[in-house]
Write a protein that binds this ligand. Sequence first.
Ligand code: TYM
Length: 449
Amino acid sequence: MRAPVRILTGITTSGTPHLGNYAGAIRPAVAASRQPGTESFYFLADYHALIKVQDPARVQRSTLEIAATWLACGLDPDRVGFYRQSDIPEITELTWFLTCVAGKGLLNRAHAYKAAVDANTASSDDADAGVTAGLYMYPVLMAADILAFKAQKVPVGRDQVQHIEMARDFAARFNHTYGEHLVLPEAVIEEQVATLPGLDGRKMSKSYDNTIPLFAGPAELKRLVASIVTDSRAPGEAKDPDASHLFTLYRAFADETQAAAMHAALRGGLAWGEAKQALFELLDGQLAPLRERYEGLMAKPADIEATLQAGAAKARAIATPLLRELRAAVGLRPLTTPVIVHGEGSENVNASGKGATSRLPTFKQYRENDGRFYFKLVHADGRVLVQSEGHASPKDAGALIARLKADGAALVHDAGRVLRLADAVVGRLEESVELAEVLASLAVFAEAD
Ligand code: TYM
């Protein structure tokens, strides 16, 4: 059976969720979480919010709103890991590990930082005036969000693609230095809604103040839709739907038949006022049931808090062991862990002198032609130390490995090099291997637990 594809995405808790967040991230992510063969992690990016918003009440309110939005839009917290970024301390720890491999030059080119520098330069200010280190490090924190869960697919709007590329870059640098620990993620973009326009035609964004809140009441929704900027073509005059962001918004919520009918009607001279009424009806029809659920959820913050806590436990079950592995890989480990030196280089250097080899001992499990299940204990330098006896099931082999990891110090061997752990025969000590080497390797597992 193939392992499930791991999907992950987040939304910054710096404002009220809008149609762009819904079409670009929430709707595709909820749909993806329902696909068989997937495993999803969706979260509230509240550490990211601190970069833009330093009003504590607003951060808290936005966290509640965005959590309620995900749930109202059909996210099933029993099916996915749904959590708050700041409940996962492993993310900040990984942020530091990545900071130490991230190229500063690459961060100089991140869109948000570059836009701030360009604005300062245009107004003849110091290039970094008003720029916090938080804004500069934003892509590293985002990379840690993704890499801490070994996510493979990240559904986002187009504005986030550069950040996913950077996450790949940091992961590749880390792996190059310390061995293959991190998975390189891919962005997943729905072309039709990759950049949903706002009221003024620019990307719908909290920063441009041109948003349509996802759960605006019907009166406000109608008013906002009426304020969408159009050209001045009169009723009856042919319009160009492909140059109209009103049509882009319509298409993001319509099915193919509805979109084709609206396209034809605009070319045939439909008045902008009528097109706006049709967009309002389309949006209200789809969003009214979600809005009702949203209002119900907003009234129960304690329930949402409990859901997030349960989600954090699920998320940490993945991030905690990974960070334990990464700490050991970078050298933050007990002083009793054996240091492996290859030839004249350090443990980070493999035979070709480049990159890293696996530097921790491993157990390798496999099935032989006799139908039985075996394992080997492999030294960090690649030598086989122990070859096991055959077992009736992988579970039996796994249970003995677990005992070796926990109580390996009690391992003994006889004159025939047969290894025993209390009552169990483990296997054979390989030629020219010392028991001390086996014990030192097993000690690494005991320390990691
Ligand atoms: P944020 O909060 O700005 O946006 C959340 C999601 O909504 C998408 N989006 C849009 N999509 C289409 N058209 C638009 N006008 C539009 N506006 C927003 C965004 O592309 C995004 O997918 N840094 C991220 C949050 C984040 C994250 C992550 C995402 C933090 N860590 C890890 C993915 C993986 C952000 O600020 O998104």
